[in-house]
Ligand binder design. Structure first.
Ligand code: NAD
Ligand code: WQD
Length: 348
C-alpha cells in the first residue's frame, strides 16, 4: 500500500518541488495551502510533470488555522506522515507585522499538531531554517550551535522547534525531523516549476532573476566591506531539487527508524559570495546584471554555511548540485516564465 503524506504549503516554492518528488517516489500526496503566497498553477504543473503518478495528488485550499477543516481532512484520510512547509517567510515583513507572523506560523503549527495528535498521526517533517543560527560566531554551523533569532520570522522557527522538542518529551510516540534549510535556489530542470515570489523579492536569487529578465534595472548589493573573499556576504546556496531529496530522505528515516525528535541542516557546506553568485548567473544566462554597491542590510550576517556531516551520516543524503547548475536551472525557469506562474507568456 502506498503511504499517504499530507503536505502543508505544498503549492509553494519548496513544497511544490518536494510534492513532485514524493509522487514520483510512489507516495499518495494531499496538499493543503491557502495560496496566500502561491498559485494553484504550481499544483497543475506538478500533476503534469508527475505523469501517471499525477492522479495520486489531491489539493485542498485550506488555511492551517481552520481547525474544523483540518479535522475533517484527518477524519477522511489516515495520513502516515506530514511534511509541514506552510508559513510566511519574509523577514522584513515579519518585523513590520510580528503578530501576523506569530499568528500564521505558530497558531497554524499548533493547530496542525493538535489535530495530528488527536488522529494519531505522529510523524512530522518541519521546515526550519538556518536563520535560527542568528549571526553564527564561526562556520560551518553545526546542529549543536546555540540558537538565536534576530527577527520575528526567525523566532517563529525557533519557537516551533522548541514546541516540537516539548511534544516529543511529553509523548515519545512522536517522531519529528526538523530540517534547517540554508539558502534554497534554482528550479526544476524542466523549467516548468520554480520560485514565484509576490512583490519585490527579498532574496538574492529571485532579485537577480528579475533583473536578468528586464523587470528591474539593477541588483543592489548589500555591503562590500565584509571580512570575506570579495567583501560581499557569503551564504550556502542549495538547489531546490537537492532540498526536495532531503525531504524524501527524512521521510524515509521516519518510516525506517525509531528516531525521536532530531534536527538536520540541509545545505551544501560551501560558501558563495554575492559577487560569485552574480558571476555564475551571468555565465549561465548570458545576461549582464548591473550592480549598485550599497551599505549593509540591517540584520545580515557576514558568513553562513552549513556543516553537512549529520545529514550525510544519518539521512544518507548529500547535495549533488553546484552553483552552475543552480543558476542554469534558475535561468531556464526565468526565461520560460519571466512573470512566474501568472504570466500570459508562461510556457504551458
Ligand atoms: P512559499 O511561500 O513559497 O511556500 C509556503 C506556502 O505556505 C505558500 O504556498 C503559502 O501560500 C502557504 N501558507 C502560508 N501560510 C499558510 C497557512 N496559514 N495555511 C495554509 N497555507 C499557508 O515558501 P517556501 O520558500 O516554499 O518555504 C517553505 C517553508 O520553508 C516555509 O516554512 C519557510 O519558512 C521555510 N524556509 C524557506 C526558506 C527559503 O529561503 N525559501 C529557507 C528556510 C526555510
Ligand atoms: C543572501 C545574500 C544579502 C538581496 C534569508 C532569510 C533566511 C532564509 C533564507 C527563510 C546576503 C545579499 C540579498 C539583494 C543582496 N529564509 N543580497 N542584494 O539573508 O541569507 O537569508 O533567506 O528561512 O531566514 O533571512 O538570504 O537571499 O536575502 O541574501 O546583496 O537584493 O545576498 O545581503 O548577503 P539570507 P538572501
Amino acid at each position: 500500500m502506498e503511504k499517504k503524506i499530507l503536505v502543508t504549503g505544498g503549492a509553494g516554492y519548496i513544497g511544490s518541488h518536494t510534492v513532485l518528488q514524493l509522487l514520483l517516489g510512489g507516495f499518495k500526496v494531499t496538499v493543503i495551502d491557502n495560496l496566500d503566497n502561491s498559485s494553484e498553477v504550481a499544483i497543475k504543473r506538478v500533476v503534469e510533470l508527475a505523469g501517471d503518478f499525477g492522479s495520486n495528488l489531491v489539493f485542498h485550499q485550506i488555511d492551517l488555522r481552520d481547525k474544523p477543516a483540518l479535522e475533517k481532512l484527518f477524519a477522511s484520510t489516515n495520513f502516515d506522515a506530514v511534511i509541514h512547509f506552510a508559513g510566511l517567510k519574509a523577514v522584513g515583513e515579519s518585523v513590520q507585522k510580528p503578530l501576523l507572523y506569530y499568528n500564521n506560523n505558530i497558531i497554524g503549527t499548533i493547530t496542525l499538531l493538535e489535530v495530528m495528535g488527536a488522529y494519531g498521526c505522529k510523524k512530522l517533517v518541519f521546515s526550519s531554517s538556518a536563520t535560527v543560527y542568528g549571526w553564527p560566531k564561526e562556520v560551518p554551523c553545526t546542529e549543536e550551535f546555540p540558537l538565536a533569532a534576530t527577527n520575528p520570522y526567525g523566532r517563529t522557527k525557533l519557537f516551533i522547534e522548541e514546541i516540537c522538542r516539548d511534544i516529543y518529551r511529553s509523548d515519545s510516540e512522536w517522531q519529528i525531523i526538523l530540517l534547517r534549510y540554508f539558502n534554497p535556489v534554482g528550479a526544476h530542470p524542466s523549467g516548468y516549476m520554480g520560485e514565484d515570489p509576490r512583490g519585490i523579492p527579498n532574496n538574492l536569487m529571485p532579485f537577480i532573476q528579475q533583473v536578468a529578465v528586464g523587470r528591474r534595472p539593477a541588483l543592489t548589493v548589500f555591503g562590500k566591506d565584509y571580512n570575506t573573499k570579495d567583501g560581499t556576504g557569503v551564504r550556502d546556496y542549495i538547489h531546490v531539487v537537492d532540498l526536495s531529496d532531503g525531504h524524501s530522505a527524512a521521510l524515509q528515516k521516519l518510516f525506517d527508524s525509531n528516531i525521536g525528535c532530531e534536527v538536520y541542516n540541509l545545505g551544501t557546506g560551501k560558501g558563495t559570495s554575492v559577487l560569485e553568485m552574480v558571476d555564475a548567473f551571468e555565465k549561465a544566462s548570458g545576461k549582464k546584471i548591473p550592480l549598485i554597491m550599497a551599505g549593509r542590510r540591517p540584520g545580515d550576517a557576514e558568513i553562513v554555511f552549513a556543516s553537512t556531516e549529520k545529514a550525510e551520516r544519518d539521512l544518507n543524503w548529500k547535495a549533488k548540485y553546484g552553483i552552475a547548475e543552480m543558476c542554469r536551472d534558475q535561468w531556464n525557469w526565468a526565461s520560460k516564465n519571466p512573470y512566474g506562474y501568472e504570466s500570459p507568456d508562461s510556457s504551458n
